[in-house]
Design a protein around this ligand. Structure first.
Ligand code: ADP
Ligand code: ZN
Length: 222
């Protein structure tokens, strides 16, 4: 299964991707996580992308396309299937992705459009907290860690992403409307878009998405 997760910041892409990849035994590929790893490591690439990520702007297409191309063509785990989270984020990225996949004899099965209201995404993003060590996602009111400031899974320190402040969130929403909304149209045009209601709770959304996956599996068997 080769899936793409689309939706505004705060729709729950990272949270749902983690649940679905475990359920289906596929890879979770998040360009946001990969970029934050690079920044943490202090690599040249990390330093190059930092200003973009921290201000809520998009990292240039060439840079993220290269990262994704390396991943898809060199990681053996890709054969199990994958779920892309945060990529493609521009139409140019969507077109390049199709070309990269074609070269390795693969294609996207479909894309989930996680449709969420502005009110819900703002509440989620301002309360979001992340584990510094394992990347687990929490929320101060919706999903607080059992022990304040500590990750439930690994005990790591929980922090707030610097780009989860009100001003940068606003910028990311604008960038989303301008650059990523057309990607939804791109997949719709290919007949590969499934829209789901991302205002629902995590459990409800997970059920809705898995129902789609299972219906699709069944249709392909028949
Ligand atoms: P969110 O979906 O909550 O905005 P991500 O973790 O997916 O968070 O992305 C964080 C930041 O990383 C983005 O604001 C952007 O700067 C950068 N980024 C991630 N993926 C891409 C991409 N495909 N193209 C350009 N920039 C990206
Ligand atoms: Zn952790």
């Amino acid at each position: 299964m080769k899936l793409v997760l689309l939706g505004p910041p705060g729709a729950g892409k990272g949270t749902l991707a983690t649940l679905i990849k475990d359920e289906l035994g596929i890879m979770h590929i998040s360009t946001g996580d990969m970029l934050r790893e690079e920044m943490k490591s202090g690599s040249d690439l990390g330093n190059e992308v930092k200003q973009y990520v921290e201000s809520g702007a998009l990292v240039p297409d060439e840079v993220v396309i290269k990262i994704i191309e390396n991943k898809l063509t060199s990681d053996e785990q890709v054969a199990k299937g994958f779920m892309l989270d945060g990529f493609p984020r521009t139409e140019a990225q969507a077109e390049e992705l199709d070309k990269i996949l074609e070269k390795i004899g693969k294609s996207i099965d479909y894309s989930f459009y996680m449709d969420a209201s502005l009110e819900v995404v703002l509440q989620r993003l301002t309360g979001r907290r992340i584990c510094r060590d394992c990347g687990a996602i929490f929320h101060m009111t919706n999903m607080p860690p059992k022990e304040a400031g500590k990750c439930d899974s690994c005990g790591g320190e929980i922090y707030q992403r610097p780009d989860d402040n009100e001003e940068t969130i606003k910028k990311r929403m604008d960038v989303y409307g301008e650059n990523t909304a057309p990607v939804v149209e791109y997949y719709a045009g290919q007949g590969k878009l499934k829209k789901v209601n991302a205002d629902q709770s995590t459990d409800e959304l997970f059920d809705e998405m898995m129902a789609n996956v299972n219906a699709d599996k069944k249709a392909n068997q028949d």
